[in-house]
Design a protein around this ligand. Structure first.
Ligand code: SAH
Ligand code: SF4
Ligand code: F3S
Length: 454
């Protein structure tokens, strides 16, 4: 045996919130003296940060876990952790299902990982799923990128969409204070990060649970105010945010995005269905007309803005005609990206108990038809980039071609061009687009914007 450091491995499933939580938990583990290890089979501590948004996401976790649980029989000092949304949903039941587990911890406990693990190392099997006030974190996250970063602005969700498990597993809305958010962003600016994505399940809800005044005495009541408060953080060149809810999306927010030069012209606004009756059954709180008006307003202020969305097919009771209303919306709007999913009944959600569930055949048929149309429209939208000059923030080398670097346009299209990653990482480069594909672009660099390093 060598005396090298103990090693940890994290596999992350699910959305950006989980990815951000994983980076924070990795930071905690490194603080405790653990070292990252790519291969879970060589790790002493394995953490699965899990997702339960659909059944297939949940099942994936069990198959990963099963393999590691077996390994624990030969290596009893292996520490097995399940964090995230499956942990929250299942709680103690997970221990019954996989008795080899050492720690089951919900997403609200990510910042408490050190305390929880210490209890595990004292010999306890620990379950942490009670609702808590999320504490501000002083540990430095171990971020995957050195160019782009996530910053949470609001945790949880107070909506009650009838299909969705998130409010059950992420708890009620908790906004971070504007000063905590700005301080984290300033630190990122100092470290050389160039792009920040502000995160919340329903980011428009930001601030509803706060007193409304910053330490400087400025009034700050909502997400638009927050954008104005943080848009000028030194060093940060680009701001993005997700996810927006159509029910709360305001013209004032659209104006702010048009006015603030660092805010990227990309909006992720899930619509879920193009049919008003279904939207009502989903408890989404808007109509397809309202959704269309939002997109029209965005395009009035920013004609070239990219729009992406999430949509569900096969919700209980969805008729062919209702599904066609969804197709019509996709046809009319022309999304730059579309995340599609077949409805999956989730434990503890109202719609899962309804007796008008559709068959898997209908769901998968509709999903295919929607994907076909969605992809056609995405390809069409990509065409507009041909011949244009786009600003790309270089993030990495193209893993498939070392002579190329890659990054994203303001509208969030992945773009490749020839260049040296050592020179260009973190630079904003003007690129003439010479090739377009549905989901990515290729171009030639024409100019590098010099950013002043702090
Ligand atoms: N807060 C965001 C999305 C959160 S979950 C919003 O309100 O839009 C991410 C996406 O997963 C959702 O937009 C939805 O399209 C999908 N989703 C959520 N629950 C689902 C379910 N039970 N079955 C299928 N897709 C689901
Ligand atoms: Fe789920 Fe609706 Fe909350 Fe989004 S807004 S996380 S879909 S409950
Ligand atoms: Fe999945 Fe939890 Fe995100 S259920 S989508 S990881 S909030």
């Amino acid at each position: 045996m060598t005396t090298s450091k103990r090693q940890y491995h994290i596999t992350t499933f699910g959305c950006q919130m989980n990815k951000a939580d994983s980076e924070r938990m990795a930071g905690v583990l490194e603080d405790m003296g653990f070292e990252w290890c790519q291969d879970p089979n060589n790790a002493d501590v394995i953490l699965y940060n899990t997702c339960t948004i659909r059944d297939n996401a949940e099942q994936k976790v069990y198959s990963y876990l099963g393999r590691q649980a077996k390994r624990k029989h030969d290596q009893p000092d292996l520490t097995l952790i399940v964090a995230g949304c499956v942990a929250q949903q299942e709680g103690e039941a997970l221990l019954r299902r996989v008795p080899e587990l050492d720690l089951v911890m919900g997403p609200q406990h990510a910042n408490r990982l050190k305390d929880l693990l210490e209890s595990v190392f004292e010999g306890n099997q620990v379950v942490a799923t009670e609702a808590v006030h999320i504490i501000e974190d002083i540990t430095q996250p171990r971020r995957d990128s050195t160019v782009t970063a996530w910053v949470n602005v609001i945790y949880g969700c107070n909506e009650r969409c009838t299909y969705c498990v998130v409010p059950n597993v992420r708890g009620v809305e908790q906004s971070r204070t504007p000063s905590a958010i700005r301080a984290e962003m300033e630190e990122l600016g100092r470290q050389g990060y160039k792009e920040i994505t502000l995160l919340g399940q329903n980011i428009d809800a930001y601030g509803r649970d706060l007193p409304g005044v910053t330490p400087e005495g400025r009034h700050l009541n909502n997400f638009t105010d927050l954008l104005y408060y943080v848009h000028d953080v030194p060093g940060i060149e680009r701001l993005r945010f997700a996810t927006s809810h159509p029910r709360y999306f305001t013209e004032r927010l659209i104006q702010a995005c048009a006015e603030l030069p660092k805010v990227c012209e990309h909006f992720h606004i899930p619509f879920q269905s193009g049919d008003n009756e279904l939207l009502k059954a989903m408890s989404r709180g808007y109509t397809h007309e309202k959704y269309r008006r939002i997109i029209d307003t965005i395009r009035r202020y920013m004609p070239d803005a990219s729009i992406s969305a999430d949509v569900i097919v096969g919700f209980p009771g969805e008729t062919e005609a209702q599904f066609e209303n969804t197709l019509k919306l996709v046809e009319d709007i022309g999304f730059d990206m579309l995340n599609t999913a077949a409805y999956s009944p989730r434990p503890g959600t109202p719609a899962a108990l309804w007796d008008n569930q559709l068959s898997e055949e209908i769901k998968s048929d509709r999903l295919q038809r929607l994907n076909h149309l969605g992809n056609l429209k995405v390809a069409e939208r990509s065409q507009r980039y041909f011949g244009r000059i786009e600003e790309v923030l270089v993030e990495d080398q193209n893993p498939k071609d070392q002579t190329q670097v890659m990054g994203r346009t303001g509208g969030n299209r992945l773009t490749f061009f020839n260049g040296n990653i050592q020179e260009l990482k973190g630079q904003l480069v003007k690129v003439k687009i010479t090739e377009v594909r549905p989901f990515s672009l290729t171009g030639e660099p024409v100019e590098v914007r010099q950013t002043v390093l702090q």
